[in-house]
Write a protein that binds this ligand. Structure first.
Ligand code: SAH
Length: 296
C-alpha cells in the first residue's frame, strides 16, 4: 500500500493493506503514566490557548526524556478554524501526527491514516479548534473521543506490522477511531451501546463515504458473532477484564488490545495462540471511560 496520503472515498481494493513492516515487536517494557483526567478538564485547560495538556511523566524514563515528552505535549499547535479551511486542518493535523510519532508510534500506515482522517469533523463545533491537541474531548453522554496518541498506539499494537482483514472495535463513540481503522484494515465493524452516539457516528461518517466500515448498535461485550472471527479487536472502553466472548471471536493468531482496570488502567494485549489458548501482555498505563453492559 502506498504511504501517500489518500482521500475519501476509498475502494475496498485500496484498503487491502500489505504489511508495511514486519515484526514490529512491541516494547512491553515501555510504560507511561497518564493521570486520570476528564475530557471536560482537558477542554477547560485548553480552552482558547490551543496547548496540549501536560500529563504525568512516563514511568521508567530518565528525567530528561520525561521532560522532553512533557515539553512535547506542551508545544502549542497552530489553532485556527479547521472546518472552514482544509489547508489549515491539514497543517494542524500534520503537527498532531508529528507529535504522535515523537511520542513513539512508528507504524507509517497508522501515521498516514491519522493524517488522512479529519478529526475535527468528529468533534462538536465548539471543540473544533482543539481537535488536534493530544487530548480526549467530550462527545456527549459522558463519553469522549480518545486522545490521538492512544488511538494510534492501540492500532499499531494490534496490527503489529501485518495485514489486517477483519477488525472489530467496541465503543464507536463519534466514529473517529473506526474511521482510522478503516484505512488500515480491509473490513471494520464497530459497536456502540448508546443509541444517540451510534446515530452521531453515522452522521459524522456520511460525508466521508467509508465503504468498508459497518456500524452496529448493541452491547459490544457480546462481540459480533455473525461477523466473527476477527484478526484484530480493539476496545475503546475499560473493563475489569476482557469479556470471554471477544476472546473467542479472535482468529488464531489474532490480537486484541484493550484498556483494563478501574481507576488505574493499563493496555492489555491478548493474542490467541490456539483454539483454547491465549497469551497476554500488559503494556502502558492509560485512562478510558468504562465498559458497560447492555444498551441504552
Ligand atoms: N472509539 C471512540 C472512543 C469512544 S469512547 C473514538 O474514536 O474516540 C468509548 C465508547 O465506548 C463510548 O461511546 C461508550 O458508550 C462505549 N461503550 C462502553 N461500553 C460499551 C459496550 N459494552 N458496547 C459498546 N460500546 C460501549
Amino acid at each position: 500500500m502506498s504511504d501517500k496520503p489518500r482521500t475519501f472515498p476509498l475502494s475496498l481494493d485500496a484498503l487491502a493493506g500489505k504489511p508495511s513492516r514486519q515484526g514490529g515487536a512491541t516494547s512491553l517494557a515501555q510504560s507511561r503514566i497518564v493521570r486520570p483526567q476528564t475530557a471536560t478538564q482537558n477542554a477547560a485547560q485548553n480552552a482558547g490557548r490551543g496547548a496540549a495538556p501536560v500529563y504525568g511523566a512516563p514511568a521508567g524514563l530518565t528525567p530528561s526524556r520525561a521532560q522532553a515528552i512533557a515539553n512535547e505535549r506542551a508545544q502549542p499547535v497552530p489553532v485556527a478554524a479547521p472546518r472552514q479551511n482544509p489547508l489549515v486542518s491539514d497543517a494542524v493535523r500534520r503537527a498532531m501526527v508529528a507529535r504522535v510519532a515523537r511520542l513513539g508510534v512508528k507504524d507509517q500506515l497508522v501515521l498516514d491514516a491519522m493524517q488522512a482522517v479529519p478529526r475535527h469533523l468528529f468533534v462538536d463545533e465548539a471543540f473544533a479548534s482543539q481537535a488536534y491537541i493530544d487530548a480526549s474531548l467530550p462527545i456527549g453522554h459522558q463519553q469522549t473521543i480518545s486522545q490521538p496518541y492512544i488511538v494510534a498506539r492501540m492500532i499499531e499494537v494490534m496490527r503489529n506490522g501485518g495485514a489486517l482483514q477483519r477488525v472489530l472495535e467496541i465503543g464507536t463513540g463519534c466514529g473517529y477511531q473506526a474511521t482510522v481503522l478503516s484505512r488500515v484494515a480491509k473490513e471494520v465493524f464497530s459497536i456502540e451501546r448508546i443509541k444517540p452516539l451510534h446515530e452521531l457516528a453515522k452522521a459524522n461518517l456520511r460525508p466521508l463515504r467509508v465503504a468498508n466500515l459497518r456500524l452496529q448498535y448493541g452491547d459490544g461485550m457480546l462481540g459480533l458473532p455473525q461477523a466473527a472471527p476477527f484478526d484484530g479487536i480493539i476496545l475503546a472502553a475499560a473493563g475489569l477484564e476482557v469479556p470471554q466472548a471477544l476472546l473467542e471471536q479472535l482468529t488464531i493468531g489474532g490480537r486484541l488490545v484493550a484498556p483494563v482496570g478501574d481507576k488505574l488502567q493499563h493496555l492489555q494485549l491478548i493474542t490467541r495462540v490456539g483454539k483454547m489458548e491465549w497469551t497476554s501482555a500488559a503494556l502502558e498505563d492509560c485512562h478510558f471511560v468504562p465498559l458497560r453492559p447492555g444498551t441504552i
